[in-house]
Design a protein around this ligand. Structure first.
Ligand SMILES: Nc1ncnc2c1ncn2[C@@H]1O[C@H](COP(=O)(O)OP(=O)(O)OP(=O)(O)O)[C@@H](O)[C@H]1O
Ligand code: SF4
Ligand SMILES: [Mg+2]
Length: 329
């Protein structure tokens, strides 16, 4: 077991200079290219960015679920509760996955098995990760289903996924995620398939669970409305890197990277005419052929010569607020 002393008691997860690459026939896809962040106990970190910027690959790296080949974590460290989980064996990782760090993936339908009952699937998660007597497994499964507000949980345990509504299925996936009381819960765009009311209920439920258990959450989303409601801090990703990082207030009130500004400007406002919606022109560069300089240069209204020549340093905007942009030099 590799134990390090860098993590303080407040920090449950510390990611440093993580790089995850995929070998493809076009070349090396640098899906995650040197990202660093930390997560404190009981807090929620939002990760936002356009499709394909590396959010899910980051989270799969944290779970050590990158398919090898074509993928590989090429460098960096992921210190979870004092231990670098990149260095441990797959056997050790299997014990940690689900019990210390759990992932709720994008589509609740694909993360549930259609041929097993709900009860069976929650019990299975508990059996794998918790060393408790057999007779107590069902009781514990019922407990977590009640915790996520499944009505008549005892009866519904016998149901199969297709017998439940989308919102209920999402709750079951949430129940599996929290069934072993992880320290870190990663929710990868967990609400996309839900209507707005059910989404709001589910988010409130996650918040309640977090308050009761001091759970740390990483929330991956495209939706700044969800960030505002759910998160304490935000990391904005662009082309495999974190380009801005700060408290929710910093990011909303003082966005300092032109990409963050553009993302915020593209959020529809209630009173806005749909024709006037701002969207970010152009595309991110391909991740197998990243430029030497700033990856946002081709789309940036403020681009300067230096931006194309050299990747911008990470500058401090305020305490706890950083951005990688030459404008801040
Ligand atoms: N198995 C794989 N083989 C090759 N490339 C991959 C593989 N998995 C992911 N990638 C690449 O890694 C990059 C980042 O993908 P990722 O799924 O992390 O994006 P994302 O930010 O989660 O996007 P979305 O918002 O659409 O979910 C993409 O360019 C993707 O094509
Ligand atoms: S470094 Fe230059 S191109 Fe990149 S975001 Fe800042 S101003 Fe724009
Ligand atoms: Mg994704």
């Amino acid at each position: 077991m590799t134990t390090v002393t860098r993590t303080n008691t407040e920090t449950v997860l510390q990611v440093e200079d993580l790089r995850t690459y995929f070998r493809t026939r076009w070349g090396t896809v640098k899906a995650v290219d040197g990202i660093s962040f930390d997560l404190r106990r009981g807090e929620t970190l939002g990760i936002v960015g356009e499709s394909g910027c590396g959010k899910s690959v980051t989270m799969l790296s944290l779970m050590r679920l990158i398919p090898i080949p074509p993928g590989r974590i090429v460098s960096g460290s992921i210190i979870l509760d004092g231990e670098d989980i990149i260095q441990i064996s797959e056997q050790e990782m299997a014990k940690i996955r689900g019990s210390k760090i759990a992932l709720i993936i994008q589509d609740p339908m694909t993360s549930l098995n259609p041929v097993f009952s709900i009860g069976n699937q929650v019990e299975e998660a508990i059996r794998i990760h918790q060393d408790i007597p057999k007779r107590m497994v069902k009781e514990r499964a019922l407990d977590v289903l009640r915790k996520v507000n499944i009505p008549a949980a005892e009866t519904r345990m016998k149901d199969y996924p297709h017998q439940m509504s989308g919102g209920m299925r999402q709750r079951v996936v949430g129940a599996i995620g929290i069934s072993c009381q992880p320290q870190v819960l990663i929710a990868d765009e967990p609400t996309t398939s839900l209507d707005v009311t059910i989404q709001a209920q589910y988010l409130k439920l996650l918040k309640d669970i977090q308050r009761d258990s001091n759970l740390s959450i990483i929330f991956i989303t495209h939706d700044f409305g969800i960030v505002a409601k759910m998160c304490d801090r935000v990391a904005v990703m662009y082309a495999g890197r974190i380009v801005e990082h700060g408290s929710v207030r910093d990011i909303f009130n003082n966005p300092s990277h032109p990409y963050t500004e553009a993302l915020l400007a593209s959020v529809p406002k209630m009173d806005q005419d749909v024709d006037r919606l701002y969207s970010i022109e152009g595309q991110p560069p391909p991740l197998h052929d990243l430029p030497i300089g700033c990856a946002f240069a081709e789309r940036c209204p403020d681009v300067m010569d230096k931006c194309r020549a050299e990747y911008p340093t990470n500058f401090a905007v305020n305490e706890g607020h950083t951005a990688s942009c030459w404008k801040l030099e």
